[in-house]
Ligand binder design. Structure first.
Ligand code: HEC
Length: 125
């Protein structure tokens, strides 16, 4: 009996360690896949801002690895917070005085947007 309860505890413990990582990994995979379909034409495969469409644009997207963000969408005196990135993705930079060339992605759900934000954050070395 004692062995059994030890065993259960060990399984429960490994699950608490493992689950958050697998959820995070899923979210990164989802973000990566969404980014690949919706964003790379301008932002480039790695988010470096060198997508094929960007080459023709006067104002190019910045390299996400620099994590230098431009918009403070909720007037909290901080640019590029998770909320700011989500707002830019949802409403497009044009809604905040930026380039109207990036369309709004208003049809995306909360989970999809936050997976995209995670992917963008993961570009910073
Ligand atoms: C048609 C080209 C295009 C597409 C498609 C596009 N973007 Fe952009 N994106 C831009 C441009 C151009 C800028 C720079 C805007 C500016 O500086 O005014 C930008 C800026 C951004 C920024 C920077 C915001 C900041 O505060 O500096 C984020 C984040 C972003 N895009 C995310 C995305 C995501 C996520 C997708 C896909 C769901 C996407 N973009 C699709 C062109 C595009």
């Amino acid at each position: 009996m004692r062995v059994l309860s030890h065993c259960c505890r060990l399984i429960a413990f490994s699950l608490t360690l493992f689950l958050p990582y697998s959820v995070m990994a899923d979210q990164n995979e989802e973000g990566k896949a969404l980014f690949a379909t919706l964003c790379t034409e301008c932002h480039g495969v790695n988010g470096d801002g060198h997508g094929p469409v960007a080459e023709t644009m006067p104002l190019k997207p910045r390299d996400f690895a620099l994590a230098a963000f431009k918009f403070d969408t909720d007037s909290d005196w901080q640019k590029g917070t998770d909320i700011d990135l989500a707002n830019v993705i949802r409403q497009g930079p044009g809604a905040f005085g930026g380039s109207a060339l990036m369309p709004p992605f208003a049809h995306l759900g909360e989970k999809e947007i936050s997976s995209l934000v995670s992917f963008i954050r993961s570009r910073k070395p």
